[in-house]
Design a binder for this molecule. Structure first.
Ligand SMILES: C[S@@+](CC[C@H](N)C(=O)[O-])C[C@H]1O[C@@H](n2cnc3c(N)ncnc32)[C@H](O)[C@@H]1O
Length: 244
């Protein structure tokens, strides 16, 4: 569990897990008595490097979750949440959990999340990630979502699966009228097969498929330009709504 965050003025971040002993980093060490100073305090290592001390927030702990398969990047998570308008009263089902990146982010925002993961080893990692974030409103099931979803009256079902079209029927039964499905797929053939399946169901309305491009910039005095190393392609997001 992360207890403190230390920042250099250049923005380099260190994560302190044990505040009962001195903390060692590339700039030397910080005395344990300094680790208990109030958030915003400036502290110094034994080599006189100045660091700022902060309490960890959700995003600090989230950035250190154990990662297994490819996770959904923040730029795409933002779009899932904002385009479906999920909030404090929403109930969400997610699959496959993978490392839980999407499910954990949703749990920080909505009322409850149930995430399905077919692999037991991944299921165990997600359990650990849930515990480290201290989230109480998220359940994980070691089950194949293609075999059915027992949760009913759901506001949003998120699918990040190799064959999302196989989850359409269970998702349709589990969603409330007005609820959304968002399917995340890295390739267009997956999007094609998924949307073809959606179009067979009169209760489901296909809304759109989008790709979010984020361009990071380097700002250093007059050297202002797009960074040469960027996130490339992540995935396509397809949005569906249950209309009756
Ligand atoms: C790309 S990962 C998901 C990553 C996840 N969205 C995240 O943000 O961390 C896909 C996951 O789906 C799981 N999976 C594949 N088929 C499944 C199924 N039928 N039911 C449940 N999980 C499944 C895989 O084991 C894998 O962990």
């Amino acid at each position: 569990m992360i207890k403190k965050i230390l920042y250099t003025k250049e923005g380099k971040k260190f994560f302190v897990k044990d505040i009962d002993k001195d903390y060692h980093c590339q700039y030397g060490f910080i005395k344990k008595s300094d680790l208990n100073k109030k958030p915003g305090s400036k502290i110094k290592t034994n080599t006189k490097k100045e660091l700022l001390i902060l309490e960890p927030s959700f995003i600090d702990v989230y950035s250190k979750i154990k990662r297994l398969p490819q996770i959904i990047p923040l730029k795409d998570l933002g779009s899932i949440i904002t385009k479906t308008g999920m909030g404090r009263d929403s109930k969400v089902v997610d699959a496959g959990a993978g490392s839980g990146a999407l499910a954990l982010m949703l749990a920080n925002i909505v009322k409850e999340v149930t995430t399905y993961e077919i692999r037991e080893d991944f299921y165990n990692v997600v359990k650990e990630n849930i515990e480290n974030l201290g989230l109480k409103n998220i359940k994980i099931k070691n089950k194949d979502i293609y075999n059915g979803i027992s949760e009913k009256n759901i506001d949003l079902i998120t699918l990040d699966l190799p064959e999302p079209w196989k989850a359409v029927m269970p998702a349709k039964k589990s969603l409330k009228v007005g609820g959304f499905i968002v399917s995340y797929s890295p390739t267009i053939p997956q999007v094609m097969d998924f949307t073809e399946e959606i179009k067979k169901h009169k209760e489901l309305l296909y809304l759109e498929t989008i790709e979010i491009i984020e361009r990071q910039w380097e700002i250093d005095e007059r050297k202002v330009r797009p960074k040469s190393q960027q996130i490339g392609h992540s995935g396509f997001l397809s949005f569906i709504r249950k209309i009756n």
